[in-house]
Design a protein around this ligand. Sequence first.
Ligand SMILES: [Zn+2]
Length: 503
Amino acid sequence: MTEKPSPALFTLYGIKNCDTIKKARRFLDAQQTNYQYHDYRLNGLSDETLQRFINTLGWQALLNTRGTTWRKLAEEEKATIDNAQAAKALMLAQPAIIKRPLLAAADGSMLLGFTETDYQQFIRRSHNMFCPVIELAQQLIRRPSLSPDDAGCQALMIERLQAIGFTIEPINIADTKNFWAWRGQGETLAFAGHTDVVPPGDTSRWINPPFEPTIRDGMLFGRGAADMKGSLAAMVVAAERFVAANPHHRGRLAFLITSDEEANATHGTVKVVEHLMARQERLDYCLVGEPSSTVQVGDVVKNGRRGSITANLTIHGVQGHVAYPHLADNPVHRALPALNELVATEWDRGNEFFPPTSMQIANVRAGTGSNNVIPGELFVQFNFRFSTELTDGDIRQRVAALLERHQLPYTLEWKLSGQPFLTSRGKLVDAVINAVEHYTETRPELQTTGGTSDGRFIARMGAQVVELGPVNATIHKINECVKASDLQLLSRMYQRIMEQLIA
Ligand SMILES: [Zn+2]
């Protein structure tokens, strides 16, 4: 690993010839804790560090009113220390007055005073935060990979995968970085995902800078934490553990990673899939790490997605003066009954896995800006989110028939963004359900809701495709975050899926 070794996980603050500091250090040494010692007298105490202490612990707790330094103060001086500002100034001038020891973990949490049980608990809790999944997720978040820029995320993943015997095939197209990686042969399970993220928005509204990952109260914050660098970290670490336990696995484990999912998705997964299909690459099962969960990790698994197609319709008329309608042909008037029928149509009733197909008008535009002009054209844009009960061909045909019936002169352009796909019950769905149930004791719900995903492209390879990822409540938002323990669970789930399908 080229990443510089991570700094100490803990910092112990204090003053050298103090008994409790000595005790605390003896304890940390005996536990082989990865810590550094910071002496207020030797290493100083900055305003900024003290402010962090005060923010986290409160100035009253920090002020050691039982120690000799405090007792030596004049009563009048003691009386002035009744607010954070005054206490801070005093502590900066006389750090010996700060309660010792102070143990700070790299995630910002702190512990004052020393008892063996407190230390044991604090260290154990902090170590959970520093599992390899969280660490890799943080390394990925630190790389500001605004779509379609990869910013070195894939290099980091590739290095880890290469180290455990994966063969890597970069498939870089235009501004987009993609790679396909595999280990072993035969029946193939691929993990798919994207390294790109959406822009952070107004960075001043983030509690912490969006590309400086932080952990607060067990939540990992940062752009991409949930969508989907957390999943990527969970996948890579799952692969590492799986390979260590099953060096001669039966099937093939693969990765399909892109840096263009959030923006245009033109040079990303779709191109990799075309490339792989051209040489008849085998893909049986594909797990996409998109954030599918709603309240707890694994409560929702996506086993398909609706299709999406957009119509850009122009109804033609004849422009004229509103006072002389007989000399014009008003396209708005002509179109209204047709639009009404369009809105009232039941396209299908959905099925076991899909809600009924929905059509929504996204835009209607006509008029020249004058109240005395009959417009020459009416433009309408509408979008279908459609189930597997329909094909895009059916939709095109039914819309054309409707317009014909209303005898409308029109031009119509279609834009298909994605075909629907569905993976019904089978080995992959079963393995995913089993993995979730094993770790959470809840049975995941199979859903096909939400926008499109790269799963639509991968399904073309004939693979079973399922999406399982973290909770999606904050994706694309300010202060995007994910529960650190969810990522750890997710990694275990991914590993269990590997074990069931290709061990
Ligand atoms: Zn995503």
